[in-house]
Design a protein around this ligand. Structure first.
Ligand code: SAM
Length: 379
């Protein structure tokens, strides 16, 4: 039973006994048993209560109803019985040891990752983890924590796959080894596209290499009147994208299709084609950190060539699928923006924006279909 459910139950219970402020009284009881500030209860609504905690709350409610007293007038002995041992220092020690374990195993954000793992297992948000360390961490929970720390430290499994969910543009996405973990850089691509799309009533959008569906789902959510098509060559990735479409309730205006770039795309009237394609050159792929190389799908990272295969192919074929004046928007690698701009210009796109990421790297290139193909371009 979750905290919110027990709160509703308590409120109804006290209402039956004609308490004048059943909600307030219930909050006081629950906060006291859980050793939380009453005003922070809302942050714990999802928290699962132990059997013991539920029984203590029920005991308090019964005494209040029987004696016809509010929480403040509850006899001291009744409250005493509800007091629990405080496990804060024990739990903090466990947390610190865990951080140390990740650090020794060269995990970069050892503190952050440990906190995320603890919060995940204890079923609370990371931001309020420290307020939730008073309760006992059961042996079973400790075992799960140990297991996840091992996966992070020794197997180098990325935190996002361990948690199974990650946020992109403020929305939740399921992620596992079938898909690339959506990156913050890609939020810049989405942001720029949003800026262009906001002027269109019913934009029609194609996302090539949709992966987890991060770009497609976000745009479908931001523009409910749009129609979005997400394409990917990987059936496994598309399975995850479908789950993310459902999780974010955008089934109405988002479709997915299995396609090798444009091979199965028939439409010729898109307002915008977006792609964050595999752009890491094979040579650089070899040197990637183990988290990426051992766990993220290779086909989502590299074109197994010089990194430009998809930019070239998409730039050449996109004009056939775009309306006149339509846009082609790419995320690019750290040194690729100029070369990609040239490829797009050769295929008749006017470059309308090159946007830097937070590290000052040119990360997004956007072109507009001009209708004229440049034929005598020499470089
Ligand atoms: C860099 S990931 C991008 C994933 C997602 N759009 C994002 O931004 O987080 C590239 C995606 O392109 C897909 N892909 C690779 N080769 C492809 C191809 N020939 N045709 C279509 N998609 C392809 C991969 O499966 C992967 O999902």
């Amino acid at each position: 039973m979750k905290l919110l459910d027990i709160l509703k139950f308590s409120e109804e219970y006290l209402k039956k006994y004609s308490f004048s402020k059943p909600r307030l009284e219930s909050e006081k009881v629950i906060a006291s048993v859980l050793k939380l500030d009453r005003i922070t209860l809302y942050a714990y609504f999802d928290m699962e209560l132990s059997l013991e905690q539920k029984d203590k709350i029920k005991d308090c409610l019964k005494i209040m109803a029987r004696k016809r007293v509010g929480f403040e007038e509850l006899p001291k002995e009744a409250l005493e019985k509800t007091k629990e041992k405080d496990f804060s220092s024990e739990n903090r020690e466990l947390l610190l040891k865990s951080i140390d374990y990740l650090k020794k195993n060269e995990v970069l954000d050892s503190k952050l990752d440990t906190e995320y793992i603890f919060a995940h297992v204890l079923n609370v948000k990371r931001a309020i983890l420290s307020m939730n360390l008073r309760r006992e961490i059961t042996e079973k929970e400790k075992e799960i924590i140990r297991n996840l720390l091992h996966k992070r430290a020794k197997e180098k499994k990325p935190l996002q796959y361990i948690l199974g969910e990650w946020e992109f543009y403020g929305l939740p996405f399921k992620v596992d080894e079938r898909v690339l973990i959506p990156r913050a850089d890609t939020e810049i691509l989405v942001e720029q596209c949003k800026f262009i799309l906001k002027d269109l009533e019913t934009p029609k959008i194609l996302d090539i290499g949709t992966g987890s569906g991060a770009i497609s789902v976000t745009l479908a959510k931001e523009f409910p009147k749009s129609s979005v098509l997400g394409a990917d060559i990987s059936s496994e990735a598309l399975e995850v994208a479908v789950e993310n479409r459902r999780m974010n309730s955008v089934e109405k205006n988002l479709k997915f299709i299995k396609s090798d770039v444009f091979s199965n795309i028939k439409d010729v009237d898109f307002d915008m084609i977006i792609s964050n394609p595999p752009y890491i050159p094979q040579e650089e792929y070899e040197g990637l950190m183990p988290e990426v190389k051992l766990h993220e799908p290779k086909g989502a990272l590299t074109d197994k060539g010089d990194g430009y295969y998809f930019y070239d192919k998409i730039s050449k074929e996109a004009p056939k699928h775009l309306k006149d004046g339509g846009y082609l928007a790419f995320e690019v690698g750290y040194n690729q923006s100029q070369e990609v701009s040239k490829m797009m210009a050769k295929s008749g796109f006017n470059i309308v924006a090159i946007v830097k990421d937070y590290g000052g790297i040119e990360r997004v290139v956007i072109g507009r279909k001009s209708g004229e193909k440049v034929v005598n371009e020499t470089n």
